[in-house]
Design a protein around this ligand. Structure first.
Ligand code: HZE
Ligand code: MN
Ligand code: MN
Length: 482
């Protein structure tokens, strides 16, 4: 959504000027007749509670209200307590990964190997050497009226068999979910007003790279760390030179993701320090939980949107002496997720009037909602930082050397996953903006500029990744914080 505007690198006039200065000397073209083709392209594939930690007030905790329905007496984060229990020893022990002394199997399925360090540094795969990862929040599917008369097309045995065939997928996605929880728990204790947005992103991204055991396109960061502020709802991350500092009165949406073999985790929360925003945050948290509750096999996307809107709008919040009914941001939505594809095509609206399309077995969804005290509508604004290859565009031969080089870098490092300018910088790339614009102009790469409501308003977001298993719904990213 949100039609691409601005220019193609997603930047505006002022930015453009600076960029051109950097790159003017950069326009060298390949001699005519040069191999019109991107030779190498080694895309690999695979086989197939209180979160704030007591600190000031990261607005995430309370854990409650989530489920509310039938099967909620289920596995609640088998892990949650793990790192806590074992934190005692931490510190000096300087864990190394893959400790061999295992076999300490508790009754509750736990990890077998080493334990996490205090600033977390041990890759999650090395913590669970038996491959039994913490399972997300499980709930039974709601039985809706239509469904009761419908024939249940699959027996329980068939469902279980089908699930088994997806076990590897579940395992990969649970690794990412555990990384997300671990990083956010640490981050929520660490962050405070005065930290720069660049520091914030570096802390999160460095930790995610370690915990996910980054390895080419097999495991890594799924998209840049969003840290959109106040009236900006999504897709802001700092570019180099951005001196923005987080302040006590900011409302910051922390949105990051990791992946294993393309199985993407997309999960976000709203960070605030000033308690005056608590109701706004609560409204959006509740709206996201409504979306999660309404989601399920055969659930209509439009019904989920209507339920989300109802929850969101049931909140009125007072901010600086003015009262607002919280509005869902109507041109933002949840979405299906497929391997190496953050947005796989199905959208989960957050207002009424959506499509009749339904959710299906073994689909993965990001259920996310955004609330606003502004218009409830976002537009592209500010300098672009986020980019992603267009999933539907195949190989395109290029003749401009710089563009060709940049596309090779993108293919090798990100494939069809999103990236940002900082990530090109850290790979040693410089003066790439012209080439990036060229790739955007040619439709090979799309810019994803920051999405902002009207100036002066506040926006909040909560997002979870869920899997619609044949036998149950699993909120893989659920934590004791949100
Ligand atoms: C990025 C990124 C992070 C999302 C997207 C998301 C995204 C991807 C729309 C998207 C819709 C503008 C892109 C995204 C991201 N998160 N939805 O959670 F680069 F770093 C794709 C799309 N498209 C239209 N059809 C083509 C794909 O987000 C919208 C909010
Ligand atoms: Mn997200
Ligand atoms: Mn998302």
């Amino acid at each position: 959504m949100s039609a691409a505007v601005v220019n193609n690198v997603g930047e505006k006039a002022e930015d453009k000027k600076r960029n051109e200065e950097e790159e003017i000397e950069d326009i060298d073209e390949v001699p005519d007749g040069a191999a019109p083709e991107d030779a190498k392209k080694k895309k690999k594939k695979k086989k197939k509670k209180k979160a704030a930690g007591g600190e000031g007030s990261v607005n995430v905790p309370d854990g409650g209200e989530a489920n509310g329905e039938v099967g909620m007496a289920t596995a609640k984060l088998a892990n949650a307590h793990l790192s806590d229990e074992e934190e005692g020893e931490g510190e000096g022990a300087a864990q190394t990964e893959g400790s061999s002394k295992k076999k300490k199997k508790n009754k509750k399925k736990k990890k077998t190997g080493s334990m996490q360090t205090d600033p977390p540094s041990v890759p999650v795969v090395d913590l669970y050497q038996d491959g039994e990862l913490p399972i997300g929040e499980i709930s039974e599917y709601k039985i809706n009226k239509d469904d009761r008369k419908a024939i249940n097309r699959m027996t329980s045995a068939e469902k279980r068999a089908l699930e088994t065939s997806y076990d590897e997928m579940y395992r990969e996605i649970r690794i990412g979910a555990e990384v997300h929880r671990t990083t956010r728990k640490y981050f929520q204790k660490w962050v405070e007003p005065g930290k720069s947005m660049i520091e914030i992103c570096n802390v999160i991204e460095e930790m995610n790279r370690k915990l996910i055991k980054e390895k080419g396109l097999e495991a890594g960061l799924a998209f840049p760390t969003g840290c959109s502020l106040n009236h900006c709802a999504a897709h802001y991350t700092p570019n180099a030179g951005d001196t923005t500092v987080l302040s006590y009165d900011d409302v910051c949406k922390i949105d990051y993701g990791v992946h294993v073999n393309g199985r993407v985790i997309d999960c976000a929360f709203t960070l605030t320090f000033n308690p005056k925003y608590d109701r706004l945050v609560e409204a959006v948290k509740a709206a996201t939980n409504t979306g999660i509750r309404e989601a399920g096999i055969d659930a209509r996307l439009c019904d989920i949107g209507a339920a989300i809107q109802e929850t969101m709008e049931s909140y009125e919040v007072e901010l600086d002496g003015k009262t607002y009914q919280v509005k869902p941001i109507r041109n933002l939505n949840g979405h299906s997720i497929a391997p190496y594809r953050i947005h796989a095509g199905k959208t989960v609206p957050i207002v009424k009037g959506g499509e009749m399309e339904v959710m299906e077995e073994n689909e993965v969804y990001a259920i996310e909602t955004f609330g606003s005290t502004g218009k409830g509508y976002v537009h592209d604004d500010m300098e672009t930082s986020h980019y992603m290859k267009n999933y539907d565009v195949g190989h395109v031969p290029l003749r401009l050397a710089k563009s060709k080089h940049l596309l090779n870098i993108v293919n090798q490092n990100f494939g069809t996953l999103a990236f940002c300018r900082r990530w090109l910088d850290r790979l040693g790339e410089s003066k790439y903006l012209m080439a990036l614009k060229d790739l955007c102009d040619k439709g090979i790469v799309d810019p994803y500029p920051p999405l902002c409501d009207i100036k002066g308003c506040y926006t909040a977001q909560f997002e979870h990744t869920i899997v619609l298993r044949p036998t149950c719904k699993e909120v893989v990213t659920r934590g004791d914080d949100y």
